[in-house]
Write a new protein. Structure first.
Length: 246
């Protein structure tokens, strides 16, 4: 079949054990802040690989470290922590975000996951006072996690791609859904943005994570993420202009 994609790309979640009630996710997008943050959570919470997302009909990548390959979109957890982390190194184009989100949400509903939170960066002009984390969240998520007002809401605008589809499914179902967003700069990875995201979820979910070593951690993976960013830029060059937030 000619063209970049098959007509119907498919995503399938495979998990070796029952996931936690909470799913935290970070994807390959916008400064890689969300991806850096969840990768750091996996490392510093000593989480173990428990599953992956299989992709058909979409150009994929196979990341590797020290010659050892791994799935590009992976799930991590541990028995004594009620958080499962989704690390998405595979870039999912905006037009395929709904299909990807549907696969993830169908899996969460089947497995009894109660809420999903995505960590993400926003490529927008901002002042130093805007260097903080904001939220876009469904009503049930806000009632459960955001009543203390420590995290402010994001101003008017709209989401697109996977994040938009996850929130939309959350509106229409009992699943609590949120996207935590923070402004990002052009450098990859945007370490300061990743630190803000880690500190936010550490507070919201009472995780025992020290964000201090994140700068050193990011330096270790900078080359890997820089190569990933180059791939993203090539794919995004043919995509419509981003208008995620206004």
């Amino acid at each position: 079949m000619s063209g970049t994609f098959r007509q119907s790309p498919a995503f399938e979640v495979s998990h070796d054990s029952t996931p936690s009630d909470v799913l935290l996710a970070g994807f390959s997008a916008y400064g890689l802040a969300g991806l850096t943050a969840v990768d750091y959570l996996v490392d510093h919470l000593d989480l173990e690989p428990t599953g992956h997302v299989r992709t058909e009909g979409l150009p994929t990548i196979t990341p590797f470290t020290n010659g050892e390959p791994r799935h590009p979109t992976r799930l991590f957890s541990r028995p004594d922590l009620d958080v499962t982390v989704l690390v998405g190194e595979l870039f999912v184009p905006v037009q395929l975000g709904e299909a990807f989100a549907d696969a993830v949400i169908d899996w969460t509903e089947a497995e009894g996951v109660e809420e999903v939170a995505v960590l993400a960066g926003v490529p927008t002009a901002h002042a130093p006072d805007d260097h903080r984390t904001f939220y876009v969240a469904t009503e049930d998520y806000r009632a459960t996690r955001l009543t203390d007002g420590d995290v402010p809401p994001m101003g008017s605008g709209f989401l697109d791609g996977t994040n938009a589809a996850l929130i939309e499914r959350g509106i229409e179902s009992p699943l609590g859904a949120a996207v935590y967003v923070t402004p990002v700069h052009a450098q990859v990875p945007d370490v300061e943005a990743a630190v803000r995201l880690v500190e936010t979820v550490e507070t919201v979910y009472d995780l025992d994570v020290d964000s201090g070593p994140l700068r050193a951690f990011a330096a270790e993976v900078e080359q890997h993420y820089a190569e990933l960013a180059e791939r993203m830029e090539r794919r995004e060059s043919d995509a419509p202009d981003d208008r995620m937030y206004m």
